[in-house]
Design a protein around this ligand. Sequence first.
Ligand code: PLP
Ligand code: TYF
Length: 396
Amino acid sequence: YFDTVSLAPADPILSLTEAFKADKNPEKINLSVGVFVDQSGVTPILETVKEAERRILEASTSKSYLPMTGTPAYASLTQKLCFGEEIAESLQGKVTSLQTPGGTGALRVAADFIAKNTSAQTIWLSNPTWANHKGIFGAPGLKLGTYDYFDSANLSLDYDAFLKSLESIPAGDVVVLHGCCHNPTGVDLTPEQWEDVAKIAAAKKWIPLVDFAYQGFGDGIVEDAAAARIVAKAGLPAFVCQSFSKNLGLYQDRVGALHVITDDASNLANVVSQLKISVRVNYSNPPAHGGAIVTTILSDEKLTEQWHAELKAMRDRIASVRTQFVDALKAAGVEKDFTFLTQQKGMFSFTGLGKEQATALREEHSVYIVDSGRINVAGITDSNIDRVVAAIKAVL
Ligand code: PLP
Ligand code: TYF
């Protein structure tokens, strides 16, 4: 019966971690998958999360199903985190928020909803983008397009080409934008540039979908929310896909949110009803534990404060590794100028290394980076930085 099944290609990023695990070199280094690690190379459970879990364990009385959309408390708290109190308040009646299994779940529900219910002909993705975007938006049969974003010659934003692309996108189509900490390039827009984007969306009548997986990993919780907040403030219909995998370290608990903003309150009930259909046929209702953690933290001032401090420590570590790494490359006599790494935001950077160099790093040095040249900066620690630098010097 299964004779017709062909072998699917492996996930280009997750498969590298499998190869990394199989590597017998005790000095191997994994800079591929986007998971935060601390100075000792560990992906920690935040103290704030531990405390929230203790409280949940004490207080929980049932494991009955959640509503399809998650709890109202979760919806309200995540709206405020995403948009800020004031904008969240102004959106009431025009926004609906669902708890989803991770940011991926939010993207997938949005994709289903768009495919079944809107006039969108094409979903426009950043060039380059997170590889999974293609799979997620392709899954319900949406047509995919790309907009210009990255100037690979200068390893920076090609702003003119980006705007030109956005100007040419047809009305009704959906444009997937990285809210902050662009994956894979680390190249972000300024708030002023987001204002330009919102103006073009309004003028051309395409719909922004902000993929917001790294709030707090760039410049701060508020700063990183510029895209989501500017789009919401502009009164545009929009989708925002939020994830708590990174900023709360809840990777395996699968917790995120989909916020859908309508430009006409009278449509909201219909929108909600269709979103529920997508939830029902995909996973029926979201897993509860991660949402309970988020709700417990965000509804308690002290825990929120503690979380902000832990998040800042992760953000500061990433920023300091960027500086250390650039300095170490210079000190090792690497001629190529890597200072662009200090301007990029979040865990990821495009190093400008190519596929051959990525392969050589893996095969000859057991340093695992993605073929595109993307590295997870957080994977660099005091104990492996010298080896990373030496390996890069060797392959250059
Ligand atoms: N969007 C982007 C750009 C990502 O890098 C990720 C990655 O982890 C996600 C969404 C989804 O994250 P998760 O489903 O783990 O919350
Ligand atoms: O880009 C990354 O490394 C993260 C983690 O299918 C990830 O976003 C990678 C691949 C994937 C799911 C998550």
